[in-house]
Design a protein around this ligand. Structure first.
Ligand SMILES: *Cc1c(COP(=O)(O)O)cnc(C)c1O
Length: 364
């Protein structure tokens, strides 16, 4: 006899298959598909992790007090306007659950970060995508798309997967001209790769406007993706509601200790960023010389195409890099980007291997 089952409300979005077989030549795998940096924790950060691990019988601080104070001091922000989360992913979700209900509308840019679509799906919200110009967000398009049902605009800047960004004045214009009862979330996950001054200007928007939130992460430039720490800077009136929607202990004690220690080594973090940016210039020049076209990147990853209009050839390149060099790159899922391949800049030897393997692909 068949029994009734409980009714669920959330079903997953379709996901593109990942490569799921062994590397044919047994080469070590080099994963360049997640926009991570290739550097492990410094000795100081590793020691902080080790120390916190030995105290794992104690809860972490539920509001990340020490971490927020350090973030505030380093960025010139009031710590009471900062909320930390289990990666910025959690905070994007917390923000959306605060301001969006089923049937409400979220507006994003055409090639906006995939998490925005995943969040809209979770909430049964309507997702409106605004066409881009030159793979870059169109502010006038966003403004025109905002309607009576719009509750929130998500904008990753620089964006993933396009790696492009808007100048500060365009973000000011967007914040200025959009309705004050619609939330604008500016996701600065790659902000460190564009520079401290740029980030400071964007945070100024969250100080000035009652509807602007900026999100940041320790996953990218700070190299702590596996520990899951992000933070947001929001107008003070929103803070209690954001805590209400967030799990009490969502940032674990080890993650808090590691993030705090990593903030105390700004020169090291900057040196690593500089190395990535220098590699980005080199790799872009070498790939361009091979006839590959590279979108101008403001991040630690690149979006490239072989130029022809053939998604199958992009797919073939992805498989070739895996078979030939053990390199895993990202097959972008977004409609309209089928002929593109995304990869993160890694150590110089890995980047060189990628360029050489692309060259072999083009010559075969
Ligand atoms: C990687 C990334 C994040 C970071 O997510 P975490 O949950 O903090 O690891 C956020 N936004 C964008 C656009 C990203 O690419």
């Amino acid at each position: 006899m068949s029994q009734k089952r409980p009714q669920g409300y959330i079903s997953p979005l379709p996901v593109r298959a990942r490569i799921s077989r062994a590397q044919p030549r047994g080469l070590p795998l080099i994963n360049m598909s997640f926009n991570e940096v290739p550097f492990g924790p410094s000795p100081e950060v590793a020691a902080a992790i080790d120390d916190a691990t030995r105290k794992a019988n104690f809860y972490g601080n539920p509001t990340c007090q020490a971490l927020r104070e350090e973030i505030g001091a380093r960025n010139g922000l009031n710590p009471e306007t900062i909320v930390c989360g289990n990666g910025s992913e959690e905070l994007l979700d917390v923000i959306a659950r605060n301001f969006v209900r089923a049937g409400d509308e979220i507006v994003i840019s055409e090639f906006g970060y995939i998490q925005f679509a995943i969040i809209a799906n979770r909430l049964d919200a309507e997702l409106t995508k605004v066409p881009e110009k030159d793979y870059t967000t169109d502010v006038d398009g966003l403004l025109a798309a905002i309607g009576p049902k719009t509750r929130l605009v998500f904008l990753a800047n620089p964006n993933n997967p396009t790696a492009t960004m808007l100048p500060e004045r365009e973000l000011v214009r967007l914040a200025d001209q959009m309705p004050s009862d619609v939330v604008l979330v500016i996701d600065l996950a790659y902000g460190e790769f564009t520079g401290f001054d740029y980030c400071a200007q964007i945070h100024g928007l969250a100080n000035r406007f009652e509807n602007v939130i900026v999100t940041r992460t320790f996953s990218k430039a700070y190299g702590l993706a596996g520990l899951r720490v992000g933070w947001c800077h929001a107008p003070e009136w929103m803070i209690p509601a954001l805590y209400a929607a967030r799990g009490m202990g969502s940032v674990n004690a080890v993650a808090q200790a590691a993030a705090l220690a990593s903030l105390c080594e700004p020169e090291l973090v900057q040196a690593r960023i500089d190395q990535i940016l220098s590699e980005r210039g080199r790799v872009a020049a070498e790939l361009t010389a091979l006839g590959v076209s590279c979108l101008p990147s403001q991040t630690n990853f690149m979006l490239i195409t072989l130029g022809d209009n053939d998604p199958d050839r992009a797919e073939a390149l992805v498989m070739h890099l895996f078979d030939d060099a053990g390199i895993i790159v990202n097959r972008t899922r977004e409609k309209g980007l089928e002929r593109y391949v995304r990869f993160s800049l890694s150590l110089p030897e890995h980047n060189s291997l990628l360029v050489q393997s692309v060259e072999r692909f083009l010559n075969q």
